[in-house]
Design a protein around this ligand. Structure first.
Ligand SMILES: Cc1cc2nc3c(=O)[nH]c(=O)nc-3n(C[C@H](O)[C@H](O)[C@H](O)COP(=O)(O)O)c2cc1C
Length: 174
């Protein structure tokens, strides 16, 4: 199981070139089900996900980000500020973290289904809010643009560049 997971994690890369096919709703549903299994603070499940796959919605998306990569579908992963867990000591909200874990589950599930994604943070929050009529309490955390990778899609050269564990992991003291 570990080897399988590692293969999936290693093979996933940000896909920024898609073929013309749309992502079928049952496939999107499978991806959403993986997000549903994600852990969230206090199990509050504050994620609210907008599936964007209609031509007019994709047109709206283009007005929100240049990182749409002409994808045939996208998931806008938001969190409800009023539904997420709040740490009592400093008031920190779990929403962005919860939504990110949900998005990560979905990103990996998509890869397992042969659907390419790119996590996009480079969007204009106000444009998203306006185009998709987000209520005030919803905060967009991540946009997963997705589609079937084009025949010539490939990881960008830096994809496999990862820092050594020694640079990022510390045992017992920093
Ligand atoms: C929080 C976050 C924000 C990101 N925002 C963008 C973005 O706005 N546009 C983009 O093209 N890629 C974006 N990416 C993708 C990263 O650039 C990419 O994951 C990273 O370079 C590693 O490459 P890989 O996904 O191919 O392994 C983002 C990734 C994360 C996790």
């Amino acid at each position: 199981m570990y080897e399988e997971f590692m293969r999936l994690a290693a093979e996933r890369y940000s896909v920024r070139r898609f073929d013309g096919r749309s992502v079928e709703r049952p496939v999107i549903e499978k991806i959403l089900r993986a997000g549903q299994l994600a852990p969230t603070g206090c199990n509050n499940q504050p994620q609210r996900i907008l599936v964007i796959d209609a031509p007019e919605s994709l047109e709206k998306l283009r007005r929100c980000t240049k990182c749409h990569f002409d994808a045939p579908a996208a998931l806008l992963v938001c969190h409800d500020r009023e539904a997420c867990w709040k740490r009592p000591y400093d008031g920190k909200l779990s929403g962005d973290i919860d939504a990110s874990i949900v998005a990560t589950h979905m990103m990996l599930a998509a890869a397992a289904l042969g659907v390419g994604t790119t996590w996009v943070m480079h969007f204009i929050p106000e444009a998203v809010r306006q185009e998709f009529s987000l209520p005030e309490r919803l905060e967009p955390t991540a946009l997963l643009v997705m589609g079937y990778p084009a025949g010539d899609a490939a990881p960008y050269p830096g994809h496999l560049t990862r820092r050594e564990l020694e640079e990022t992991v510390f045992y017992n003291e920093l």
